[in-house]
Design a protein around this ligand. Structure first.
Ligand code: M6R
Length: 612
């Protein structure tokens, strides 16, 4: 989950590295550091700081380093406290490195190195790799071969980028699990390696994604890729094609919003429209889903796997797909799925849902399913990421880069994909259904835009509820996952306790928590379950809970029952889940702002969870 950037070229790179790290900060922000060799010939100097990148910038202002080759790292601590000693880059002798991922056999490597007299400074698993390279360099002529042979001693899933005082002008990087991209930039007159293309988007418009077990050697003029399992020699070089980036620099700007999260909440009408453009053939108004449709036709069941917010989208997907396509759908948290020995055969379609396409648990679950013979597909927001490259078919969301750690526009576009898929399958399978026509989906951006106009009202409600002891989110059916999502948003950015429950479950336990200082957020559009939810709400009212209700704008009964009412124009059952999400996101956002938390980078979290 850490962020890595490296540059070797002709230009002064301190700014490249720091700016790149800022764009990678979503991956972790416990500490950061850079290493630069001043003139290509002198030893690498390292600067590190605990906390966010601004602290590193201060350290660099006090003690600048300049040079045209360097590495940068922003950390999400796994082994050892988030302090300066454990911050990367690590030095061992002449070797300097940054690392992302986990070295699983680090205990035994550490003991062996200590027994051989290595002087280990930090508590990290990462530093150990530098010592292994130093040992290899005593026996091996080339730097890249020493890195390769050292890497073969590691177990686990990681990427490591290494430089060495004795081999100027060269960066060597290796990847097993966690992602790495490489690019030769004309503009910056050099080569970059990074854990995400975001870090280098201002220098290049194309990147090459390294595959697991690739090793890359970068110099100022070129990069060469080799398989980690073969001796490095010209005949073993691998040619990989580059991927064009379709991002704009504006995607990485707050555009006047105080936080990326608020910008991204407001981008949802555009994200939905762009996703519709990807999914609908405008001439024929047909959904472009043949590939995945063919897989579903062969499937006797679908297993959706995902984590966090993407899992909530999967839960909505289950409701939609089962109700219209009549295919049995299971939804699993990927971290559970991979260990529960699920029943999988060649008629099982495993569908991964992920914004990043890199989440370690989801990837591992996907690989496990593939190994057991399942068909695989993905819903993903990042082209070129690992999941789309490993499955038979992908439906892309076009949310654009999501920078805020709290997922917002990725979630609503994932639900949109499920809606479209349900509609496509219903038609393909000839199921008689109340699935809406494709034209209906084209109304969604406007409906979401209207929902966003509720922001000032939701802000006021956040203020009124700010002293709440906790939040209970309740709903039924397709909206139950939205209650879960509302609670997750509240927890992760405002650090307040929040739970999502099916409204019918309230009386089986959680109602015991209801009192005047407990806010109960209810999602209750006038659907087939409305009356049931209203009865549950009466039970809350009778116990003095503070009710925030989201319902139809003209539902005066609900308005009367609630302390705060958010009236919405729900157009069709199918769009409820997207529209009801908007006030959930805003409620969490404004509560977090009022509590003064770091909304875009909440504590202990990282955007892309690439460790198990
Ligand atoms: O990139 P992914 O969609 O696979 O990420 C899954 C979760 O880590 C992610 O949704 C996480 O729960 C978010 N912080 C929620 O806002």
């Amino acid at each position: 989950m850490c962020g890595i950037i490296g540059y070797v070229g002709k230009k002064e790179c301190s700014r490249f590295l720091v700016d790149g790290l800022k764009r990678l900060e979503y991956r972790g922000y416990d500490s950061s550091g850079i290493a630069i060799s001043r003139n290509d010939q002198s030893n690498f100097e390292v600067r590190k700081a605990e906390g966010k990148i601004e602290r590193l910038e201060i350290a660099l202002r006090n003690s600048p380093i300049q040079g045209a080759i360097g590495l940068g790292h922003t950390r999400w601590a796994t082994h050892g406290k988030p302090n300066t000693i454990n911050a990367h880059p690590h030095r061992a002798g002449t070797t300097v490195l940054v690392h992302n991922g986990i070295i699983e056999n680090f205990e035994s490597i550490r003991e062996e190195l200590l027994a051989r007299g290595a002087s280990i400074v930090s508590e990290t698993d990462s530093e150990l790799f530098g010592h292994l390279v130093e040992e290899e360099l005593k026996k091996t002529a080339t730097f890249e071969e020493a890195v390769r042979l050292s890497f073969l001693k590691l177990e686990g899933s990681c990427s490591i980028v290494v430089v060495n005082d004795r081999f100027p002008g060269k960066i060597v990087a290796v990847r097993t699990g966690t992602p790495l991209v490489v690019s030769r930039s004309q503009k910056a007159d050099g080569c970059f390696v990074a854990s995400d293309a975001q870090a280098i988007v201002e220098h290049t418009d194309e990147v090459t994604y390294l595959e697991p077990r690739d090793l890359v050697v970068c110099t100022q003029s070129e990069f060469k890729i080799f398989p980690i399992d073969k001796k490095i020699s010209p005949e073993n070089e691998i040619k990989r094609s580059a991927t064009k980036l379709d991002w704009k620099m504006a995607d990485f700007d707050k555009a006047g919003f105080p936080h990326f999260m608020l910008k991204e909440i407001h981008e949802q009408p555009r994200a939905i429209l762009d996703t519709l453009d990807l999914l609908i053939e405008r001439d024929t108004m047909r959904a472009r889903m043949e590939e995945i449709g063919a897989l579903v036709q062969r499937a006797s069941k679908i297993q959706i796997i995902a984590c966090g917010t993407a899992w909530h989208a999967g839960l909505v997907g289950k409701y939609l797909l089962e109700s219209v396509a009549r295919v049995p759908v299971e939804v699993d948290l990927a971290s559970e799925y991979r260990y529960r020995d699920p029943v999988i055969d060649e008629h099982t379609l495993v569908l991964a849902v992920s914004q990043s396409g890199e989440t370690a648990d989801t990837l591992a679950a996907l690989r496990e399913a593939k190994r057991k013979g399942a068909m695989t597909a993905a819903i993903c927001n990042v082209r070129g990421s690992s999941m789309p490259r490993e499955v038979a078919a992908t439906l892309f969301t076009a949310a654009g880069p999501e920078i805020g750690v709290a997922s917002t526009k990725a979630f609503t576009t994932q639900i949109l994909v499920f809606m479209m898929l349900g509609q496509f399958l219903a038609h393909a399978r000839g199921v008689k259904t109340k699935a809406p026509d494709v034209h209906f989906f084209l109304q969604l951006p406007h409906q979401v835009q209207s929902a966003l106009e509720l922001a000032p009202l939701v802000q006021k409600i956040s203020e009124s509820c700010l002293q709440s002891r906790g939040y209970l989110y309740i709903a039924r059916g397709r909206l139950f996952p939205i209650a879960l999502e509302g609670a997750l948003k509240m927890k992760e950015i405002s650090y307040v306790h929040a739970e999502g429950y099916p409204a019918g479950e309230l009386k089986h336990g959680p109602i015991a928590m209801v009192e005047s200082n407990m806010t109960v957020v209810v999602l209750a559009p006038r659907d087939e379950l409305y009356e049931k939810t209203m009865s549950n709400l009466q039970e809350v009212k009778a116990r003095g809970g503070r009710i925030v209700a989201v319902g139809d704008h003209d539902d005066f009964s609900l308005q009367k029952l609630s302390d705060h009412f958010i009236g919405m124009r729900f157009a069709h059952d199918w769009s409820d889940s997207i529209l009801a999400t908007i006030p959930m996101q805003l409620l969490a956002y404004y509560t977090a702002v009022l509590k003064g938390t770091d909304v875009d980078k909440p504590r202990n979290l990282a955007k892309s969870v690439t460790v198990e």
